[in-house]
Design a protein around this ligand. Structure first.
Ligand code: SF4
Length: 701
């Protein structure tokens, strides 16, 4: 830092977009962000950045940023002082302690998340807190908790480079996790690592694959049970691992043996020989170049929302984890399981306790655990699990949820069946939204509170490899915006005396202060402090003590639940809604490289809008011909729930009979107007990946 206004300042921080957690250097001059560079010292990104990290940061100082609190008066949102807005929120929320829900933000810091869940539990007296993990990897977490006892990625990014085989399932790393994609390509190109890609869409990475499987949407359990059957047929299972480290093998095996590899392959529409080859490569890959002779070749299994966003998403995740247990591909360098995390801090937001079914650190509502929190916080907290995010929205209809406090989320872009979600949100008695921009959900709010972005505050994010990394303030705060944790503390201090809570519980002096409390109460973070993060850089949890170096991979000796558990699963009905005569195509949704999720941030970055400014609708040539659509045509996609307008891309990268649309909102069109609010029962994730649509060329007016 320097007092010379002509000098450029550099602030080392962490990218605010995806869960890879790349290191960035924010360059500023005269308090304006001038450009963003990579941080070569960051161990997660090793000097790499994608287009979003490098060019997507101008949203921070965009003129659309909220600069003052807004309060609805006479039907209009109007500027208000902080005191006026927070007094109103405090007064109203005290009336709704029995009918309240809150969404936390996986874009905010760990400190923001920790304070929010503390406010919800301690002041609002409920465990009704959740975040966007419900919409992305809740089935993975559900399945991993049941089978292993932990919901985290087991390996590190370095393991992709040290693996002898990579199996990449239901995700497109080039679009969604580009720096991980680079590390995977490096493994394939430099080390001869084998690559298996499983995706109904032919993603770019498939061009490098030794085996590419393009199953029919919604047939994942059949595919992975088929791989398991092939491994069993050829005796490639890791019998030592199964005997020593697992339970439930025989019952699971009996289910897998009900069908042959050929029957499984037929069920999901893939070649049985390719299915067998994929199984062989995963279970017993040939050693990659440079692997020490005494090291067993390992395989990494990485998956995304193609697995989870189904009405049987948890079954899909069980089928994958069964494969890892069968092949013994856990607990060593160069292997492991990775649910690739979407948002920058989705791992940290869950770690910090913003989930309805456990306390910070995934600690259960057990008497001894609850007692420890109550002792630290000098007041009681609820012991009943709270309501999950998707159910909170649905239960507005029943009156169980009447007031909501939404931080850094835009459910009216991210929920399925947006027309239905909009109807529900309009029925709330009281809605508070805290965010950077006046987005679709904020427009409905009674009070809008201006939060500041990652570049205007200190804190930490935790990335997909469980690495806790520093976020540092680079520029002054825009307008009157404040850090999320500061706003919530201010609100909590106003409400605390009315509910028997000591306001001093929300009197933190700094983000470091918040982190210190979180680390004290969370065993896997106990050894991490701001002092260590300054000195050593990012540290991977579990890190139970100040002298612990952090953990590269999990499960070396045992699983948190003891033995790994096989869970038998059979292929259920493919999806809640299937094509018919009126809606003859399957819609698959996902993301696009140049935009961040719904686009609330990246729609405000011209360099990214220049790349993609309309919703791309990818359609197979056969279907394009059938419906009279040419590449580049403006098209309308309709489902039973809504419609969107986009631009056709005709390619055989998608399967015949299907259409792919990213869920970014551009020119008022968004895929979630079409998607189906049908849910996976255990996790309550919506089925974003399959619904029935029809496509037609847009007629000139
Ligand atoms: Fe940011 Fe993810 Fe791109 Fe890295 S890969 S620069 S974390 S968006």
């Amino acid at each position: 830092a320097t007092g010379d206004r002509e000098m450029e300042r550099k602030t080392v921080s962490t990218c605010p977009f995806c869960g890879v957690g790349c290191g960035i250097v924010v360059h500023t001059r005269d308090d304006r962000i001038t450009w963003v560079d990579d941080d070569p010292a960051n161990p997660s990104s090793r000097g790499m950045l994608c287009v979003k990290g490098r060019f997507g940061i101008p949203f921070v100082q965009h003129p659309d940023r909220l600069t003052t609190p807004l309060v609805r008066r006479d039907g209009e949102l109007q500027p208000a002082s902080w005191d006026e807005a927070l007094d109103l929120v405090a007064e109203r929320l005290l009336d709704y302690r029995g009918a309240f829900g809150s969404f936390a933000s996986a874009k905010a810091t760990n400190e923001d998340a920790f304070v929010q869940q503390k406010f919800v539990r301690l002041v609002m007296g409920t465990n009704n807190i959740d975040h966007c993990t419900r919409l992305c990897h809740s089935p993975s977490v559900e399945a991993m908790l049941v089978q292993l006892g932990s919901g985290a990625t087991s390996n590190s990014y370095i393991d992709y480079e040290e693996a002898s085989c990579l199996v990449v399932v239901g995700c497109d790393p080039d679009s969604n996790h580009p720096v991980i994609a680079s590390r995977m390509r490096k493994a394939v190109d430099d080390h001869g690592t084998k690559l298996v890609v499983v995706n109904p869409k032919r993603i770019d990475l498939a061009s490098r694959a030794d085996v590419f499987l393009q199953p029919a949407p919604g047939t994942d359990v059949a595919l992975f049970n088929g791989m398991a059957r092939a491994i069993l047929d050829e005796g490639l299972e890791d019998r030592g691992f199964i005997a020593a480290r697992t339970e439930g093998f025989e019952a699971w095996r009996a289910v897998v043996m009900e069908r042959t590899v050929e029957e499984y392959a037929q069920a999901c529409g893939v070649d049985p020989h390719a299915l067998r080859l994929a199984a062989r490569l995963y279970a017993r890959p040939p050693a990659r170049r440079g692997l020490p002779a005494d090291e067993r070749p390992g395989s990494c299994l990485a998956w995304g929302m193609g697995i989870t966003q189904h009405t049987h998403g948890t079954d899909n995740a069980h089928a994958l984890i069964n494969l890892a247990l069968l092949a013994g591909q856990l607990g060593r360098p160069g292997c492991g399981i990775s649910p690739l995390r979407g948002q920058n801090n989705v791992q940290g937001c869950g770690d910090a306790g913003c989930i309805p079914d456990s306390l910070p650190g995934y600690q259960p509502y057990r008497d001894d655990v609850v007692a420890r929190f109550e002792e630290a916080w000098h007041a009681g907290i609820p012991r009943e699990p709270g309501i999950k995010a998707t159910d909170m929205v649905e239960r507005i209809a029943t009156g169980e949820i009447r007031a909501m406090y939404i931080v850094g989320e835009n459910p009216l872009l991210s929920e399925p069946n947006l027309a239905h979600a909009g109807d529900l949100f309009r029925r709330l008695d009281f809605l508070v939204v805290q965010d950077l921009f006046l987005h679709e959900t904020a427009e409905l709010a009674d009070v809008v509170l201006p939060a500041c972005s990652f570049a205007e505050k200190d804190g930490t994010f935790t990335n997909s490899e469980r690495r806790v990394q520093r976020v540092r303030q680079a520029v002054p705060r825009v307008g009157q915006s404040r850090a999320d944790w500061e706003i919530i503390c201010d609100l909590a201090r106003r409400m605390a005396p009315h509910v028997g809570v000591d306001p001093g519980q929300f009197a933190y002096r700094s983000a470091a202060d918040v982190f210190a409390e979180m680390a004290r109460l969370t065993p896997q973070l106990r050894g991490i402090s701001y002092e260590r993060l300054e000195r050593e850089g990012g540290i991977q949890w579990p890190c139970p003590s100040p002298d612990h170096p952090g953990t590269r991979y999990l499960y070396a000796q045992s699983f948190p639940r003891g033995l790994g558990k096989f869970v038998p699963v059979r292929q259920a009905a493919p999806a809640a809604e299937l094509p018919d005569a009126d809606y003859p195509l399957i819609l698959n949704t996902g993301r696009v490289l140049y935009h961040w999720h719904g686009g609330t941030l990246t729609r405000r970055v011209q360099a990214l809008l220049d790349q993609v400014s309309e919703v791309p609708v990818t359609i197979h040539p056969g279907e394009a011909e059938r419906f009279g659509i040419a590449d580049g045509d403006e098209v309308v996609v309709r489902s039973r729930r809504g419609r969107l307008t986009g631009r056709a891309i005709v390619t055989d990268a998608v399967r015949a009979g299907s259409v792919f649309v990213p869920f970014v909102k551009l020119r008022e069109s968004a895929a979630n107007f079409l998607t189906n609010n049908a849910y996976d029962e255990p996790s309550r994730i919506p089925e974003y990946k399959v619904c029935a649509v029809r496509v037609e060329k847009k007629r000139p007016r």
